[in-house]
Design a protein around this ligand. Structure first.
Ligand code: IFM
Length: 450
């Protein structure tokens, strides 16, 4: 046995998002979000679940902050519900909504827990979807106005800001696959959405700098280490894997860090779909320097060419690895590969893992405990890979486990549990799982025995 120790001041944390935990969906003047609308449509979410109550965090936040303290986290990543602040998406702010976040954030600061705040984690005001949502360029300006207001109110209290969570999911799961709100199924719309999300990111970064704050601001991308199907060694599969990388990784990384969209993807899309109009001015805004890159890592992607799968002409294959309850293959080394590649291709940027974790079918045993050894093992193995990457020179400064507690897992509803804290949705009782107790020790010791 030997101990691995992370760098001094490494930021250990946990993450959540507004719609997934808050509930209080129409309280204190909050407006409707696209997820409120979507989850109330029959069959869109497993078991007809909605975020109406969720973990009732809106009311239980003082107890939840006590739990965070109990876990000993150095930082807590939360997101703000835009329609709680601007019920119509724009215009007059709702003071009650802002008061909730101020109280929560002040409590975190009093408890020595650094708040890391995401401005957009998928709950767009429905009123803005009614005018076309992110496909409408006007929404970029409304987002900037929302961001400026939030910075003005909370900028002095919050040291870490994230403009967007997983714009790839917003664009392609929400607007191409349609499995997420707003449920649109059009690839060209999804591409347009992706460009506007990135543009709004750049505008928020510029606004934050202009307003003179001293904290850090970045963006969170869900990235996949992509490999060709290991059972075949042909050029088509290798090319398909590069395309898959372009689709999910480089399409977002390159404009932010290199000021251009990847040429191979622009060429590919030009032959199949409508590519958004992209001006140099937009690209300059999108590539406004950020302080860090947030990455969410869950699983690798093994890819095969598939000429029938329009428009990318590829498909995913499974390689026989263990899987989580989401069906995602477990590959901790993928985190190492991804981190090293980002370090190399994007100029040694500062990186934080803003999400990593796993869903498993947890049960509360007769002693009232949740013995989630599978999740503990998952985290243990991923932390080791993060450590390896740091040893190899990657500038990784923090790690947020997804999630602080079980919550509304979007189209999967409450059926999938990602928390290191168990939530009994009938009573709203929280139980720290075995993985949570283990994580507490990791944080306390800034490392662990391997
Ligand atoms: O629950 C989500 C989160 O909202 C965004 N990243 C992935 C998580 C698990 O699917």
């Amino acid at each position: 046995m030997s101990k691995i120790t992370f760098p001094k001041d490494f930021l250990w944390g946990v993450a959540t998002a507004s719609y997934q935990i808050e509930g209080a969906w129409k309280e204190d003047g909050k407006g409707e979000s696209i997820w409120d609308r979507f989850s109330h449509i029959p069959k869109k979410v497993a078991n007809g679940d909605t975020g109406d109550v969720a973990c009732d965090h809106y009311h239980l936040y003082p107890e939840d902050v006590k739990l965070l303290k109990e876990l000993g986290v150095k930082t807590y990543r939360l997101s703000i519900s835009w329609p709680r602040i601007f019920p119509e998406g724009k215009g007059q702010p709702n003071e009650k909504g802002m008061e909730f976040y101020k109280n929560l954030i002040k409590l975190l600061v009093e408890n020595d827990i650094k708040p890391a705040v995401t401005l957009y984690h998928w709950d767009l005001p429905q009123k803005l979807q009614d005018i076309g949502g992110w496909a409408n360029r006007e929404v970029v300006d409304y987002y900037e106005q929302y961001a400026r207001y939030v910075f003005k109110e909370l900028g002095d209290l919050v040291p870490i800001w994230i403009t967007h969570n997983e714009p790839w999911v917003v664009s392609f799961i929400g607007n191409w696959e349609g499995r997420h709100a707003p449920g649109i199924t059009d690839f060209s719309t999804a591409l347009q959405v992706s460009h506007h999300l990135l543009l709004s990111h750049g505008k928020a970064v510029r606004a934050y700098r202009e307003m003179g704050f001293e904290g850090e601001i970045g963006i969170t991308l869900n990235l996949v280490p992509v490999y060709p199907d290991p059972s075949s060694h042909n050029e088509e599969d290798a090319a398909a894997a590069i395309r898959r990388d372009g689709f999910q990784n480089r399409w977002f990384l390159d404009p932010v860090f290199k000021g251009r969209y990847p040429a191979d993807m622009i060429n590919w899309y030009s032959k199949k779909v409508v590519v958004p109009v992209i001006t140099q001015e937009d690209l300059d805004i999108i590539s406004t320097p950020v302080d860090f890159l947030g990455i969410n890592y869950y699983a690798p992607g093994y890819i095969k060419a598939d000429p029938d799968a329009w428009p990318l002409e590829l498909k995913h294959v499974f390689t026989g690895k263990d899987r989580t309850a989401m069906g995602w293959e477990i590959y901790p080394e993928g985190l190492y590969d991804l981190l090293v590649r980002l370090h190399k291709d994007y100029n040694g940027i500062k990186i934080m893992v803003t999400e990593n974790g796993a869903a498993f079918n947890d049960i509360v045993n007769r002693e009232g405990k949740v013995e989630d050894d599978n999740r503990l093992d998952f985290l243990y193995k991923h932390f080791i890979q993060a450590y390896r990457a740091i040893q190899d020179g990657v500038n990784l400064t923090g790690y947020y486990v997804w999630s602080f507690m079980d919550n509304f897992e979007w189209a999967e509803g409450y059926a999938k549990r990602f928390g290191i804290t168990y939530v009994d949705y009938k009573t709203q009782k929280r139980i720290i799982k075995k993985s949570g107790h283990w994580y507490k020790e990791v944080i306390k010791n800034n490392g662990f025995e391997v």
